[in-house]
Design a protein around this ligand. Sequence first.
Ligand code: SAM
Length: 474
Amino acid sequence: MSGNKAIPGGGTPEGTVQDDVHRYVTGIAYLRRYYQELNPASIAYTALQCGYQAPRLDRPFRYLDLGCGHGYSPTLFASLFPQGQFMGVDFNPVHITSAENLRRAAGITNASFSAASFQDLATEEDGPIADCDFIVMHGIMSWVSETVRREIGAVIRRRLKPGGIVYASYNCQPGWAGKMPIRALMVDAYAVTTGTVEERVGKVRAFLRQMADTGALYFESNPAIEQQLQAIETLDASYIVHEYLNEYWRVFYHKEIATFMANHGAGFIGSGTAADNVPLLAVPEKPRALMAAMPNALLREGVRDMALNRQFRRDIYACDLAPLNINDLIAAHRATRYSLARRRADCPMVVPRSFGDVALHEGIFNPLLDRLAAGATTFDDLVGVPPLNDWAAADQIQALQVLVGAEYVRPVVDGAGVDADSDSVRRFNQVALAAARAEGQTEVALAAPSLSGALRVTLTDTANLPVDLPGADF
Ligand SMILES: C[S@@+](CC[C@H](N)C(=O)[O-])C[C@H]1O[C@@H](n2cnc3c(N)ncnc32)[C@H](O)[C@@H]1O
């Protein structure tokens, strides 16, 4: 990275130390968060929902997190998947130091973090990062320049193995259509404020409210903006700066990112969020029927985004991967293990979705949940009770997908994961819990071996947790 240019007009938060094309806010660190969709077990399951076998997790695999921030998610995964090699790259040294501190304190040896830019990765001849099975990027594509996106494309082309999967999230249309003017106004307002980043964000918030209170017609014509204003008023300043005030900020149509990925060797296969791949939970009935009638994925996704007025997508893409044939697909689902991720009492028969509540059929799902609560984990055990025992495999698979989409149940493909008494999980949970307490957080995501993932715990409500969290001494 070269240069240390000030931003013309001083509009972007101070501490933005990159050159013209790489300019990205570094003056205020991003939030340290856990993202379930980045879990290789979640990626493998969503790939399976879409008909594809991801790289196996029960044997060595390599996982790269581009723009890993504080590296919380990859460090947690490293504790759970000893057979995986997890690598995080981010050009903000504050983020990498934080990631390294967590990794070291937890004694994790199968994760590494480098303070490097995507450009470094794209151009490095034989760096340590080669032949990745998974490349993930959360919160990156919409917030970097065209040039940086090209560098990301080069990383994918050079570093993703055939059969490998890319996960990418981004801001999308049409959900931003009415909201983009707010962001434009925020950038200009920020440019004329002074003080610390927090103070400047506070002044921008006050200005937006003042603007809305003038009775401006824009707010009147777009009543949904009030919700956005309220979010801007309550969200963390760090989030506001990274989400809204980056110099580069672009909202995409699904087709644009799908084309970008395809041009770099990774074809769109579906959503990285399990619920999106379950028709009952994905969209309301009428657009669902329209989606089903569409001749191709681009139109299906276009209908979906309109139906939900979607503003953020989390998608997965695969390199040179053919869909499984029906027998192998069913076999892979039948080999998947399932665990209850909530207390049984917290699995109601109504699932709230962005478009409204979805009612689940009690006669189908209560027996399944009861079986899970009684300790059943295999497909055959779970579907061995009426009415599912009489169903075709495809329908049984669909029923389990509903419970996964509702986030009541967590799937684990390939028998991946660690034993409940794993040292790495215990140490990770001890360190993560101590840090959350020291920082006065109310919630923390801890490693749960039986889920091959994390359980989000509210620190004031730790009685009767649904799974064991080794090392977490509440
Ligand atoms: C919005 S944050 C997301 C962090 C993390 N993925 C998460 O979701 O918590 C974007 C991250 O990308 C990093 N980043 C942006 N441009 C980059 C570049 N050209 N090379 C390396 N890292 C970059 C930033 O430093 C920042 O940590």
